[in-house]
Design a protein around this ligand. Structure first.
Ligand code: FAD
Length: 630
């Protein structure tokens, strides 16, 4: 039998981004022995790449802001497909979580009177994003790590061991969740450097593994976003929801080809940047949909006045939610008004003094100077849509973050969870989501341990996990994992991209189905010591099943909403607003079922006016709306 190192914990947190670190802190504060496992280096998670900021209705820059306005914006951004309770908890708790970060040592940018500064972002009615220049994620991760170190120092004082109650296992990939009946019993994986195998026995697991962007070639996501947590949850018996909704961020770099997809933060537009086509026209004025017409300016003059006088003018259409801006750019390029490299222009150089640009957008200044030899204080950037964020994820109970679907002891927070953002996430709402639901997941995972007993990992299940993990190294003659990944990315990019059609989605499903046997038989050459080919071979089965969920749900949803655009069903259909598509595993395949969305409580519904709701609700729902008590 191959040697497997064993560890015992109360709570195992898989993922060391914002959600995972915040969950681990909470579990440790509840006194639980907690492990943090991270596929990447400690400190290198997507959270560290977040630029613009964290959305929280603190009202520091505009005192009219409050949790109700934030809730409304989030629901509008998600086109009312959000789990309302998650959006409510998020809007209410985000300010406290941001303040708490400062007690851990974070230092956000300040207003003139010394409060945490907040910036404008797409879809947010008021300036709401707490930020540190355009490096907010770095400060968030730095601070959470600092808190972890301080907790480890406390443990050292008490137990003489830094790792007594909180230990980090970096560069360690989990490939399987272990079950004892319908209960979580632990997690199994390997150390990336040595290739040695490792089993963590624990009654509670928090998934905080982030997203799925590496199923697409043009993406702002890095190598570790292969949908592992999504797939681990499916294999353990949990459900995924909203998998048809992928956010294509409107502004990724398009040139040079080697950096295509790298993010250009929305702060560029929040701070005054404008989008222009090759005719020099600010084209977004032509793309304001009816549902948003009341809130967005109709002329350049009004849009420009808004930056100095937001109370008496409407917002520039460049700040529409991301799905709207991405589709508009896609149309401009398709209709021949794009730039030579196939994007559109994003210009700050004519909008702000060079010094202000360098101060407010330092990362963007360096990114374009170093990667594209473009000086954004003097020239426009070239940008186009890039796969950025998955709204879909593990179906969870909103209050406890516990996974639904029948497996006990599994929790999920952050990008790997679904429901919070509905069909489209507003920028800045992820970083605050990580803190709000990371904390809740840690707290409830810890509480669950008190009643869970000690589930056992069976020898048979462990042997099966070992065999699956070593399979690619022991097989010869299978496909090369890099070729398979390229094929998968081509299928998803060409057939399940930003604009979708029935024929292409059916073709995608057929080709993904054909890939199944080849992914199951993939081979990797070399040994177990730091072998990226082997690692990718194991990631591929996760990418494949998650891609199938996306393609199947995209085919089923015959409407366009948020991050799901069907050319053959271009309108939003109120009947679909009430439906979540739920993916579960059925043998080797994916089973899709429909589930009614939870109904919003009357006092929350009352936050919206009837004219607005009439654009989203069915006639039956509108009648119920009219009958609501005052
Ligand atoms: P991550 O931070 O990605 O962490 C995932 C962790 O899981 C990593 O440690 C990874 O190694 C680990 N992991 C994955 N699989 C495994 C496995 N099998 N075994 C062990 N470990 C595993 N959002 C905002 O709100 N505001 C912004 O300004 C913003 N800017 C962004 C800029 C960029 C360039 C990108 C890419 C995203 C941005 N986002 C922003 C989105 C936001 O950063 C992410 O949604 C968020 O950070 C996800 O956090 P997370 O904790 O869920 O996952």
């Amino acid at each position: 039998m191959t040697r497997t190192e064993r560890h015992r914990y109360d709570v195992v947190v898989i993922g060391a981004g914002g959600a995972g670190l915040r969950a681990a802190i909470e579990a440790r504060l509840a006194g639980k022995r907690t492990a943090i496992i991270s596929k990447s280096l400690f400190g290198k998670a997507h959270t560290v790449m977040a630029e613009g900021g964290a959305a929280a209705a603190m009202g520091n820059v505009n005192s009219r802001d409050n949790w109700m306005v934030h809730f409304r914006d989030t629901m509008r951004g998600g086109k009312f497909l959000n789990n309302f309770r998650m959006a409510e908890l998020h809007a209410k708790e985000a300010p406290e979580r941001i303040w708490e970060l400062e007690t851990y040592g974070a230092l956000f940018d300040r207003t003139k009177d010394g409060r945490i500064s907040q910036r404008n972002f797409g879809g947010h009615e008021y300036p709401r994003l707490a930020h540190v220049g355009d490096r907010t994620g770095l400060e968030m991760i730095r601070t959470l790590q600092q808190k972890i170190v301080s907790l480890q120092q406390e443990d050292h004082r008490e137990f003489g061991d830094y790792d007594a109650r909180l230990r980090v296992f970096a560069e360690t990939t989990i490939t399987e969740l272990m079950l004892d009946g319908d209960r979580i019993a632990g997690a199994f994986g390997y150390y990336r450097e040595s290739g040695e195998l490792v089993l963590f026995e624990a009654p509670a697991v928090v998934l905080a593994t982030g997203g799925v962007g590496k199923s697409y070639k043009v993406t702002s996501n890095s190598w570790e976003y292969t949908g592992d947590g999504h797939a681990l949850a499916l294999r353990a018996g949990a459900n995924l929801i909203n998998m048809e909704f992928l956010q294509f961020h409107p502004t990724g770099m398009v040139w040079p080809p080697s950096v295509k997809g790298i993010l250009v933060t929305e702060s560029v537009r929040g701070d005054g940047g404008v989008l222009k086509n090759s005719d020099g026209k600010r084209f977004m004025f032509g793309y304001v949909p009816d549902v948003f017409r009341k809130q967005y300016a109709e002329t350049e003059e009004e849009a420009d006045r808004w930056y100095d006088d937001p109370d008496n003018n409407r917002r520039p259409p460049e700040l529409l939610p991301r799905d709207e801006v991405a589709r508009a750019i896609n149309t401009e390029v398709k209709e021949g008004r794009g730039t030579p490299a196939g994007g559109v222009y994003l210009d700050v150089s004519t909008r702000m003094p060079a010094e202000t640009i360098r101060r407010r957008l330092p990362s963007m200044y360096h990114q374009f100077k170093e990667l594209a030899d473009v000086d954004i204080t003097a020239q426009p950037m070239e940008v186009g849509p890039t796969c950025h964020y998955v709204m879909g994820g593990v179906e969870v109970d909103p209050d406890t973050a516990a996974a639904l679907g029948g497996v006990r002891g599994l929790f999920a927070a952050g990008e790997v969870s679904g429901g919070m953002h509905g069909s489209n996430r507003l920028g800045g709402n992820s970083l605050s989501d990580l803190l709000v639901f990371g904390k809740r997941a840690g707290e409830h995972a810890a509480a669950y341990c008190d009643t869970a007993g000690r589930p056992r990992v069976s020898a048979g299940d462990l042997a099966a996990a070992v065999s699956t993990a070593l399979g690619p190294l022991e097989r010869a003659g299978g496909d090369n994992p890099y070729h398979l990944q390229q094929e998968l990315q081509a299928i998803m990019g060409d057939l399940v991209g930003i604009i979708r059609r029935e024929s292409e989605l059916s073709e995608a499903l057929k080709r993904l189905h054909e890939l199944r046997a080849r992914v199951a038989g993939v081979s990797a050459t070399g040994g177990r010591r730091y072998n990226p080919g082997w690692h990718l071979a194991l990631d591929l089965r996760n990418m494949l099943v998650v891609s199938e969920c996306t393609a199947r749900a995209a085919l089923e949803r015959t409407e366009s909403r948020g991050g799901h655009t069907r050319e053959d069903f271009p309108a939003m259909d109120p009947a679909w607003r009430r439906v979540n598509l739920v993916c579960a595993l059925d043998g080797d395949g994916v089973r899709l079922t429909r589930k009614a969305l939870p109904r919003m409580r009357p006092e929350l519904l009352r936050l919206f006016d009837r004219t607005e709701m009439s654009k989203y609700l069915t006639d039956e729902e509108l009648a119920e709306f009219d009958a609501l008590p005052e």
